[in-house]
Design a protein around this ligand. Structure first.
Ligand code: SF4
Ligand code: NI
Ligand code: NI
Length: 709
């Protein structure tokens, strides 16, 4: 048989399974039965992207089968292999969709995952653009042995690749005790081959979310995934016809397939690659897709990878915990004179981890002293805030918080592997030196575990934090001479430009004005360029000629005018990785803000996913705006429309996170105390009429403002 025969046969088989699944569903449910994957605004994303059709019920699902069949051409031409392959993925999506009739979570997420939500896809945006996730590996297996399965997955994980598993490999890694889940970037999709459609859906949604490719633009979607989504497929022998057909679909989207299945008639250069030595799968895959891995060589006894950033360590699994809310803990970066710093000196003051009782709360202070001719004390908080990511990447270490309110857990396994105090120093040294080498000539780290010394150091640190806060308060949009661009997200969202100001951070929440400034000084030709604050057009709306020039230039002409303080008039664009989305609530003339973590409805009758889908891809959408959490309490938030007084609804958890600062802002702007009490949340209502009643009862200031539209 030829490759053609196998693809055609495999796609027929998948089609037949889909027919059967539909027959079974039809026996139980009417055509009007609703069908949807949970928490997505992109319907059945593969089908939606390729056809533009919004499948919402069983009847519509049945009628799409004609299109699928029509794509399964049978001429012995590459074209027909590709369309058959994509149609195979769509047929797989039909089968999967049937599982979600009347069941929001047929896989149970323990460990099988199935569908990934829009919020999960969006969460990947930032790490993908920074290269913290260099790409995706989809493994279809079983591997020849459990050990080989584990070593392959761990190898990818160690390189921070995001791994999706389909089939027998799932039980293989489970048998060896591997921890899986979205948070550790190893996601078991499902045992059946058709569950692979869920990862195709992730890649395809990236095109619609970040790239603003229109649903139904078949070639545009393929072009986007081909150029921008770094994915590879690894398929273990024996590879059946259906897998070959899915592989053809993958290749058509630009994803090479690597297999150890030997068959002379195969091999498509650069796309279908035979690698008999399965231990070389990772290298072969990365090379085939041209994926570059950022390496951090740190001398520690456990793994170090971005994949561990979201790892959770439960109380029962922890050896000890440094808890800044109970004992003296802190992290601090200080600029020193060159002669005061000895490069790579790591000093531990106090007892090492062996002397801590299991489960105890211990003091821990980490001080990084740096020296460099181009070092600027404004960079200190920029480096320091990165400790969170640096330490989280250690396998078996969990870090939350900042400054003297940190909490760090070290797992029993990591302690048993020999992880000790000095290793925190090694990690901080390697990362600070590696990432900021243009300004850091020398770096030394002090780790304090001695209670008295930690208490003493906390006093010193608090004075430094206070000084920094003063400096931050003085940083207003009025007080600086320049803003910055950030175009980091253009690798996914080609025309998106963030303008970062002291009072408006990047919408991802990760780039403040100081971050942008530091990024610029570290790399003068990099993503953050200076925008001089010149040619004011309207300071209330936030319009400057220089800002317009910058967006025009850096969006390659896609964008002409941007206002920094308005949601209605030429608002800033969104790339898709925003922390929050804000949208107009027409009854109250206010706005609703919802963060990515919130799964429920809003008074707009839309969830986060649905609101988020209203904007993105670097397109201006008046009435909707993506933004960072910290922007909510800013005096520049919707300044043109009256400021934070427009906020009428937020999820409770988000409200609590921003309450202190938001209340201070409302106090300052309007003399209102405890403003957040006037803002409704999901425990109050998600109904627009009730919302209006609530606002009336509370005397919310929005009711006295001009109509928005
Ligand atoms: Fe992307 Fe804007 Fe964040 Fe830069 S600041 S990484 S462009 S969202
Ligand atoms: Ni960790
Ligand atoms: Ni982005």
């Amino acid at each position: 048989t030829t490759l053609f025969d196998r693809v055609f046969k495999g796609s027929d088989e998948m089609y037949d399974v889909a027919v059967k699944a539909l027959e079974e569903a039809s026996a139980k449910y009417p055509d009007s039965e609703p069908i949807a994957f949970p928490d997505t605004a992109y319907y059945l994303a593969c089908i939606y992207a390729m056809t533009g059709q919004k499948i919402t019920n069983l009847g519509e699902l049945k009628s799409i089968m004609n299109w699928i069949k029509g794509q399964m051409g049978r001429r012995k031409k590459t074209h027909d292999i590709f369309t058959s392959g994509v149609a195979t993925a769509c047929a797989a999506e039909v089968i999967e969709a049937c599982k979600y009739i009347q069941n929001k979570d047929p896989y149970g997420h323990d460990p099988l995952w199935g569908h990934c939500t829009d919020a999960e896809v969006r969460e990947l945006g930032l790490p993908l653009v920074t290269g913290d996730i260099p790409g995706f590996a989809v493994i279809i297996g079983p591997a020849p042995s459990n050990e080989e399965a584990l070593s392959l997955v761990k190898n990818y994980q160690g390189k921070s690749m995001f791994v999706f598993m389909v089939g027998g490999i799932i039980d293989q890694v489970k048998a060896l005790g591997m921890n899986t889940g979205f948070n550790v970037r190893v996601v078991p999709l499902g045992y059946d081959l058709w569950s692979v459609s869920h990862v195709v859906s992730v890649a395809i949604r990236a095109a619609m979310i970040f790239g603003a490719v229109q649903p139904g633009d078949y070639d545009g979607i393929r072009k986007y995934t081909f150029e921008r989504v770094n994915a590879v497929i690894n398929a273990f022998d024996p590879v059946d016809d259906m897998t070959v057909a899915c592989g053809a679909g993958a290749i058509s989207l630009g994803f090479p397939v690597i297999t150890n299945h030997v068959d002379e008639l195969w091999k498509v250069p650069k796309s279908l690659i035979i690698q008999e030595d399965t231990t070389k799968f990772v290298d072969t895959s990365l090379e085939a897709r041209g994926i570059k891995i950022k390496v951090t060589n740190v001398d520690i006894p456990v793994a170090y990878s971005n994949a561990f950033e979201g790892e959770i360590i439960r109380r029962g699994d922890m050896q000890f915990e440094a808890d800044g809310s109970r004992v003296d803990c802190l992290e601090l970066v200080r600029t020193r004179e060159a002669h005061e710093v000895e490069d790579h000196k790591i000093e531990v003051i106090g007892p090492d981890f062996d002397s801590f009782e299991v489960g105890s709360k211990v003091q821990l202070a980490m001080i990084v002293d740096v020296a460099g001719r181009k070092m600027n004390s404004d960079f200190e908080p920029v480096f320091e805030r990165k400790f969170h990511a640096y330490l989280n990447c250690i396998e078996g270490v969990m870090h939350t918080g900042q400054r003297d309110m940190i909490r760090i857990r070290v797992s029993k396994d990591t302690f048993a592997a020999g992880f000790r105090a000095k290793h925190f120093g090694e990690v901080l040294y390697a990362k600070v030196k590696g990432e900021f080498d243009t300004v850091v000539d020398k770096c030394q780290v002090t780790i304090i575990t001695d209670p008295a010394a930690a208490t003493e150091m906390r006093k010193v640190a608090n004075e430094i934090y206070d000084k920094r806060d003063e400096r931050l308060l003085s940083l207003t949009d009025e007080n600086v001479k320049e803003f910055y661009t950030c175009i980091m997200c253009q690798s996914f969202s080609p025309s998106h430009v963030c303008i970062v100001t002291p009072e408006r951070l990047g919408l991802c929440g990760a780039v403040s004005w100081l971050d942008a400034k530091a990024t610029h000084e570290l790399d003068e030709t990099g993503p953050c360029q200076i925008v001089p604050k010149t040619g004011v057009i309207d300071e209330n709306i936030g319009k400057w000629e220089s800002v317009n020039d910058a967006v025009r230039k850096y969006s390659q002409g896609a964008l002409e005018i941007v206002s920094l303080y308005s949601i209605m008039e030429d608002p800033m664009t969104s790339c898709g990785c925003f922390e929050c989305i804000c949208g107009i609530e027409p009854f109250s003339n206010g706005v609703v803000i919802v963060n990515r973590e919130h799964p429920g409805m809003t008074p707009l009758g839309m969830s986060f996913s649905e609101m988020a889908s209203m904007t993105g891809g670097g397109v201006q959408t008046p009435g909707f705006m993506g933004h960072g959490k910290h922007f909510i309490a800013s005096k520049k938030f919707m300044k043109a429309e009256g400021g934070v007084a427009r906020i009428v609804w937020m999820p409770k958890a988000l409200k609590e996170q921003v309450a202190e600062k938001l209340n201070a802002t409302a106090q300052e702007l309007y003399g209102i105390e405890n403003f957040t009490d006037m803002i409704a949340d999901e425990t109050v209502t998600d109904d627009p009429e009730k919302l209006l009643e609530f606002l009336g009862e509370k005397g919310h200031p929005v009711l006295g403002l001009d109509p928005l539209m």
